[in-house]
Write a new protein. Sequence first.
Lengths: 657, 373
Amino acid sequence: MKRASKIFTALMFIFLFAPIAILLLFSFNEARSLSVFSGFSLKWYRELLRDTETLKTVRNTLVLAVCAAGVSTVMGTAAAVGIHRMRSRYLRSALDMVTNIPMINPDIITGISMMLMFVFVSRLLGLANSLSFVTLLIAHITFCLPYVILQVLPKLRQMDASLPEAAMDLGCTPWGAFWKVELPELMPAIVTGMIMAFTLSLDDFVISYFTTGTGFQTLPIRIYNMTKKTVTPDMYALATLIFFVILALLLLSNLTDSEDGQKVRAARRAKRAAGRRAPMSPRTRRILYAGGGTLALAALAASLIFAVTETDDRPPVLNVYNWGEYISDGSEGSMDVVKEFESWYRQQYGRPVQVNYTTFASNEDMYAKLSSGAVSYDVIIPSDYMIARMIAEDMLLPLDFDNIPNAQYISDDFRGLYYDPDNAYSVPYAYGVVGVIYNANVVDQADTGTWDLLWNEKYAGQILQFNNSRDAFGTAMYRAGLDVNADDHGPWDRALDDLLEQRSVVRSYVMDEVYNMMESGEAAVAPYYAGDYFTMLDAQADTVDLRFYYPEPTNFYIDAMCIPSCCQNKELAETFINFMLSEGPAIANAEYTYYASPNTLVYENQAYIDYMGQEAMDILYPDWGGFTEKYNAYAYRNLPFDTLNYINSLWETLKIN
Amino acid sequence: MANKIIELRNITKSFDGQVVLDNISLDIYDNEFLTLLGPSGCGKTTLLRLIGGFETPDAGDILFMGQRINDLPPHKRNVNTVFQRYALFPHLNVFDNVAFALRERKVPRQEIDQRVEEMLSLVALTGFEHRSVTRLSGGQQQRVAIARALVGRPRVLLLDEPLAALDLKLRKDMQQELKKIQKATGITFVFVTHDQEEALSMSDTIVVISEGRIQQIGASQDVYNEPKNAFVADFIGESNIVDGVMRQDRSVSFSGQTFVCVDEGFAPNEPVDVVVRPEDVDIVPPEAGMLRGVVTSVTFMGVHYEVIVDIGGFKWMIQTTDFVDVDEHIGLVIEPDAIHIMKKSEYSGLYGDYASFSNEFDELSDAESEADE
């Protein structure tokens, strides 16, 4: 029995802590992969220190957490005291319940409702940018507040009601009684509440996601937006560090709160008394408290001012909204393009500019945020079909190419594309093509070259398929020579039959998991983008030999730089776009993302070709033999709503059967 | 007598429409040990809180040395309180608790040290300066609370049932000690209790309160020997209270007999309440008794027996050192000065019959704490 319970406890601990242990382990991994541990290294910690964008979001998150915890602790304590002193029992319990609502309310509802409120209020006030650091802070205070009250209120109820009366009886004013008697008694609860508020704020994603503005991104949002590629291992390092910081905080709060802590302090006191040293007089202690309090307040005020000036409009501000991990950011010795732009601008124009660079995880996220009217961005980089939709909805401004002379270096292949036939609204940034990745140690060379490999029964159980309807149907339709933009149901029904037939050989339907499964050799065949193939190649296990080919026809996508209609500084935005097209930054971005560039300054540059290697160049820039025609014929376009619905219902059929 | 320190003038106070104090007038004199005595919920703690400044009266005035102080906040009153559960500050040690009031007044450090030491020695806690108050016994905490309240040398010390939480032996010691401290310091004590024995043994003046009204004010002996009405007679000590008729001065009839007494000034044939204390009744053989009855119960109490006697259907309590047996027929003799006559009041007929007497019942009314709200 005893042994059984020991085993159970051990299992429980393994269950609870195994994920963190693995995270910790892989933060020290030499390689990029999550499946292969190739040796101990501090590389990712070093990488983390160089990742200025991430460090900035870490700092943002900390500033936010400190401010939110500080303000909500003060407000929550005051509120708890107020509620406690209410004479009316009904009012008291009603307020008690009301303060608990944000705690049990789903985050997403809190987030959406707060965003709506901020947008509404700022419309009333006529502000352009309704979401900012301040709104984020208000939102965080809102959800932290009940936790502080929840900590402080019970302590107040436990406290002898005659304590403040005794203090007043002995000559304290009511305020004095609160500071000198009630507050010291409440301190452990207040500190616990503050630590809770701090960790909750640190932790929050959903509410932040809805309420953050253009210039201020928190760490959880940044990590979420890294889905364009895979989460980089320096995030494991960061998560490990955060885990230990939180752990230390937790230990600290337990120590101050627990019996043990009191014993420790009592022992210390006894020792002090035995040593005949004068005990700290309340005056000294008061000075210490006051000093500590002032310091904390000063730090709070300073960080607030810091944070506010950060988002203040003093120098011209450029708000850039891009995919996560889609710009060269200074990691692994690369160019920090955003910083480079800032210093270039200062040199060029003799005045500073500030770039607020924030990221999104999908076109739909970006579209939702923009169409809410809550934020304003100056430069966005959406994908082709989204550009078509936004042009149709008047959400983009035509570009003034006099300000973007570097647009001339864009290859002619990228002119007259369906989504922007007159080349008026967009400048292509990068493009990708879907190909097939396979493990040459498993797959026969003779079986490659076409979409048939994904249906090949020889490799049953080792084939991966996209876990999203459009891409999965696409593979079947290209293979069968069907129109991937068909409006009528016939081609889609045909494709479903093929996908149903394929299911017996498919190991699983995946998106981001594709990286680990291919790198480790767990799967041998997968359709994915060329740029991502190089990421996998970097991290593949010794027993794996990944190769890549383009079947014909296949899907292309293009991400292009655009200026949304909410832009506040169009000329500056165009200056930025032009800078992005200039040789240095464009090459840095292409080298960082591994995606193909439409910019002749990039793919005709010898240094770039040398850096990538001929093999990679052949894969990224094959001779398309009429790129424009192929792109316009085969790339996915926006489908009518009911066609999309129909595809999704077919997709359900596939996934359920 | 000495100067009036506190005067209460027609004080009325209610909570949520319920009258807690009803037209209270009371003078408190310098150097006096005054006890507010009454059952739980009678309003005595509220009265104390009014003096301390924690409540304000709905009507009436509180005067301190002739000044109206109705709206003066507690920290500006020259009055200190010893709270029921002591209300020591848990985050401060013994020394800092006691020094609290002096530090509030910015008394020089040296004087603080000296006065705190003085107070600690007064309450016999020298050497406990650096002890945490949470690690003291109940009696020690009590002493700290007293020292803390006295260190500022208030004109009046208010004590709200300060001994209620102590066990019997400690309570007796502390009663002695409080009395001694009061004598030594010369400070006026206003002491709240529901324990009549405590009140009798400590007080110069007892104020008996029931249902928000003062029933009687007087010295201990007066209140005991000459209770004003049936409530006071019953609440202070044991009393047999029977209906009687005053025949004329110094002659009263009750229980079917006429007795000689010492009271005068009633109208002829006025109905009255007659009080006879249990210890003032002598047991004699039936034929020699002024009253005759049957013993229904005998309880051994240590110093005496408590005997319940049925006389014509009314149960009397008699305390005697002579042993009698249950069902024995006995006679009772009552001396004239053992008979106390009171005017009829609203309390007549409510108290003084021991028909339902039992020990448990007695304990029930002896609740430890009261909730005055």
